[in-house]
Design a protein around this ligand. Structure first.
Ligand SMILES: Nc1ncnc2c1ncn2[C@@H]1O[C@H](COP(=O)(O)OS(=O)(=O)O)[C@@H](OP(=O)(O)O)[C@H]1O
Length: 815
């Protein structure tokens, strides 16, 4: 086990965190995998330090180092000589596949693979034909079964509520549909279960999935179905014990001694992202302790997603079931060695005497790490002693059938030739352990004839109908199949990672639904507020990782090229093919990074919907400027006007052809020339070489991003919501998106919230001026006119009229 690193408690605030230096700096690509694009560029900016004497200095304007021409051809002189680009701005391949060093460029190998399919340079007709073909194939394979299986809730008990304490102490990549089926079997047999899934992680895990743990959005699906199931974050700050139980708090002494070390509340930003996937699962002792402590505190059942329940655990049964030794790590299908053995505990009432004794054993260990670890390695002994000590019988002895621990029967539940039924397998027990399938993440296909296969195809138990969800469910059920949201499985990438060829990864991709609702742009365009609003809809599910559980980044170069299909799929929530869910992906750099993220996403989900989160371009740029102010613009003593107006001449050169074509009313030619320039290296280089630092101007040039998405996903699938519209009428904006995506209309959106507001204050000399604002607006004007036409909207409808901002300094432009 690697030692854990702890953040200095004084490291507070976003920028302080960004500046904090860990002892070992994680690789930048690792940060890129986890952090939001916004966070990434803050971190990069944080490395640009002011001069040692502390005097802010101005970067002397450097002449453009790229020769851009109106047809989009460009030649960049780099350390390794000249890179060449074709007439449409695409790099001409000179090296091997995947130029990962140049994150903002199109990848020649992939571009070539798309071109071989007739899909690049972008041809809207080729994309439309491809979409239609895949949708037709999908529809054919989606005929409803003649005799739909009976949902498992047909026999479920409704007699009582039960508190269920769950965790999954295995790598999140192993959490597969098998584990979802395990939870569903519990929900089907325990009608009013209140499931709380504990995730151990520092406070930052509220906003980002913490390395190897489950994400906090993993079980949103069940809440949307009307079940009481959600994740709770546990760390040293969690008040496990109330204040009134001073005399009766078994385990508290151990928790007080060990909590800071075992479950740190703070990790600085870089350390948090520097965690590698192997070293973050909670110590087995902590996992066992938390299970027992929560059952002690609330009463109920502890589970770990490794069993299928076939009957409710009797209300008055107090007891436990621990996997026999044959199921342990010594077995050929060894489960993760940082998890305690599979274990079920049930105590109907809080403060159970036997569980108190088990917790007291932790107290007796004090700070001795090895002592508590020994308890976790042999929970059977611990619980047996506790039950005997309390003079109780273990009512759950035999409660779980450990079928797979017998080598002759191993895997028989999942075997296609098995005729065994779950009830037979259980042999009078309440649950059947799923064996290796529950923790190996191999997504073994369950044969339809097998008991597990039957559970898979039966679908989730019917939820308790609550509020608007019931109306929504009725509305969706009344629609023809072709009008309901579709699940498209993840596809092997075009020229993607070679691991995609691996059968296991393909199966993982094939059993998960790709995202179908994209918010691909723009930073500071209220994309977080829009994503949060949409996620309140009963059909919309957030990703299970990424910044604020909104930016999984699955299609950006850094992720797409480094991760297998299984990892790509693991960023999104799981649901079944016929469930009317829509998975959201609001990674705000998809549209500006290059043309590829849109294309990759469309290959996965040919019927995706795209909603741009836009904001009046100059207001967006100023917000972005404020966001990057402390780490960069302040230290470089660059004001907003200087940061933006200085690049306009160079951009005029880049987009000269597009402007000329627009002026001559040759819209199609202008669109093509403009998009080529936008994604070609010549104009991107202005941003990269800090003529347009952080792309303040470039990112506000929405029209080419929108046109590209229209070409790839189909014009009718692309729409936009402005931050100004969201502020004016959030429920109306939500309704408009719901109508666009075909979500049920019975749901009423709330007023939404203001999120991700930038707190940075700008020194008066760096603020925007009214004259600069007007000049920039005038520069964007022709592009905006084309944007309005493409989106069939107007300036006033978007709320982009000129505004007299109180933050304007004065009317003088920089000399
Ligand atoms: N409901 C609503 N209506 C209008 N505007 C809103 C809303 N919620 C957030 N905001 C403003 O949006 C800005 C943050 O945008 P993003 O969430 O896209 O930022 S980020 O790229 O994810 O960092 C950020 O702008 P600034 O205040 O200029 O920083 C937020 O204040």
């Amino acid at each position: 086990m690697r030692p854990r690193r702890h953040a200095p408690p004084s490291a507070r605030g976003r920028h302080a965190r960004a500046r904090a230096r860990p002892r070992t700096r994680p690789a930048p690509w690792l940060i890129a995998l986890y952090a939001s694009p916004a966070a990434i560029y803050l971190l990069v900016a944080a490395r640009r330090r002011p001069p040692a004497n502390g005097t802010p200095r101005r970067t002397p304007p450097s002449p453009p180092r790229v020769a851009g021409s109106v047809d989009g051809t460009a030649r960049r002189r780099g350390a390794r000589g000249a890179a060449r680009f074709d007439a449409r701005g695409a790099p001409i391949a000179t090296g091997g596949p995947g130029d990962l060093a140049a994150a903002n460029l199109e990848i020649p190998h992939e571009v070539a693979a798309l071109a071989a399919e007739g899909l690049h340079p972008v041809r809207a007709t080729a994309w439309a034909a491809r979409r239609a073909r895949r949708v037709a194939e999908h529809d054919e394979s989606r005929e409803p079964p003649e005799n739909p299986p009976t949902p498992p809730n047909a026999t479920r008990s409704t007699h009582r509520s039960v508190a269920v304490h769950a965790d999954y102490a295995h790598p999140v990549f192993h959490f597969s549909p098998v584990n979802h089926v395990a939870l569903e079997s519990l929900l089907a047999t325990h009608a009013r279960a209140a499931v709380r899934v504990a995730v151990v992680g520092p406070e930052l895990a509220r906003d980002f999935r913490y390395a190897n743990a489950l994400g906090l959005t993993h079980f949103d699906r069940y809440a949307k179905l009307g079940f009481d199931a959600r994740t709770v974050l546990v760390n040293a700050q969690t008040p496990l014990y109330g204040t009134t139980d001073a005399d009766d708090a078994p385990g508290r002494r151990w928790w007080e001694l060990r909590r800071a070390a075992l479950a740190p509340r703070h990790l600085d930003f870089l350390t948090f992202f520097g965690r590698d996937d192997a070293d973050v699962l909670p110590a087995p002792a902590l996992t066992l302790f938390l299970r027992l402590q929560s059952v002690w505190k609330h009463g109920g059942l502890a589970i770990d997603f490794t069993y299928v329940f076939v009957a409710p655990v009797p209300a008055d049964a107090r007891g436990f079931a621990v996997a026999p030794d044959a199921c342990g790590p010594a077995a050929p299908w060894a489960y993760h060695d940082r998890a305690p053995p599979p274990l079920l505990v049930h105590a109907p009432a809080p403060r159970d005497a036997a569980i108190s004794r088990a917790l007291a054993a932790f107290d007796a260990c004090g700070a001795d790490e090895r002592c508590a670890d020994a308890l976790a390695r042999d929970p059977a002994r611990l619980l047996l002693d506790a039950w005997r000590g309390a003079g109780l019988a273990n009512d759950l002895a035999g409660g779980v059938a450990w079928l797979n621990c017998d080598e002759t029967a191993a895997g028989s539940l999942l075997d296609a030739s098995s005729t065994i039924t779950l009830a037979d397998a259980a042999g009078g027990s309440y649950a059947v352990w799923l064996g290796p399938a529950a923790t190996d993440g191999r997504f073994a296909p369950a044969a339809p004839a097998s008991p597990l296969g039957a559970l898979f195809s039966a679908g989730p138990p019917r939820a308790v109908a609550v509020d608007q969800r019931a109306a929504c469910a009725r509305e969706i059920a009344g629609r023809p199949l072709s009008d309901r949201p579709r699940c498209f499985a993840f596809q092997r990438g075009v020229a993607g990672a070679s691991r995609d060829a691996d059968e296991t990864h393909r199966r993982a991709g094939a059993s998960s639904c790709a995202p179908t609702l994209f918010i691909p742009s723009a930073q500071k365009g209220a994309s977080s507020a829009l994503a949060a609003l949409l996620a309140t809809h009963p059909q919309v599910l957030r990703p299970v990782r990424g910044s604020h559980y909104k930016e999984p980044g699955a299609y950006i170069n850094a992720v797409y090229y480094r991760q297998s299909l299984a990892r790509r799929a693991s960023r999104f929530p799981w649901f079944r093919d016929d469930e009317p869910f829509v998975a959201l992906d609001a990674t705000v750099t998809y549209a500006s990074e290059s043309r590829l993220p849109a294309m990759r996403a469309a290959l996965d989900a040919p019927r995706a919907f795209v909603v741009f989160a836009l904001r009046e371009p100059v207001a967006r740029a100023f917000s972005d400027f404020r966001f990057c102010y402390r780490p960069y613009f302040f230290s470089q003593d660059i004001g907003f006007d200087a940061a933006t107006l200085g690049a306009l001449d160079a951009y005029d050169a880049c987009y000269g052809a597009a402007r000329a074509f627009y002026a001559a009313n040759r819209t199609a030619a202008a669109d093509a020339a403009g998009a080529d320039a936008y994604y070609g290296l010549a104009c991107q280089d202005l941003k990269l070489r800090r003529r347009d630092p952080f792309g303040l101007v470039r990112k506000s040039l929405y029209v080419y991003q929108v046109l590209h998405y229209r070409a790839v996903h189909g014009a009718e699938r692309v729409t936009a919501v402005s931050a100004e519209q969201l502020k004016r009428d959030a429920p109306g904006a939500g309704r408009a998106v719901a109508a666009h995506v075909g979500l049920c209309a019975s749901f009423s959106f709330g007023a939404g919230q203001r999120v991700h507001a930038t707190r940075a204050r700008v020194a008066p000399r760096h603020a925007w001026s009214r004259a600069g604002y007007r000049r920039l607006r005038a520069w964007f004007e022709p592009y905006n006119r084309r944007l309005y036409a493409a989106l069939r909207t107007t300036e006033s409808s978007l709320g982009w009229e000129e505004v007299d901002y109180p933050s304007f300094r004065d009317d003088r432009l920089p000399t």
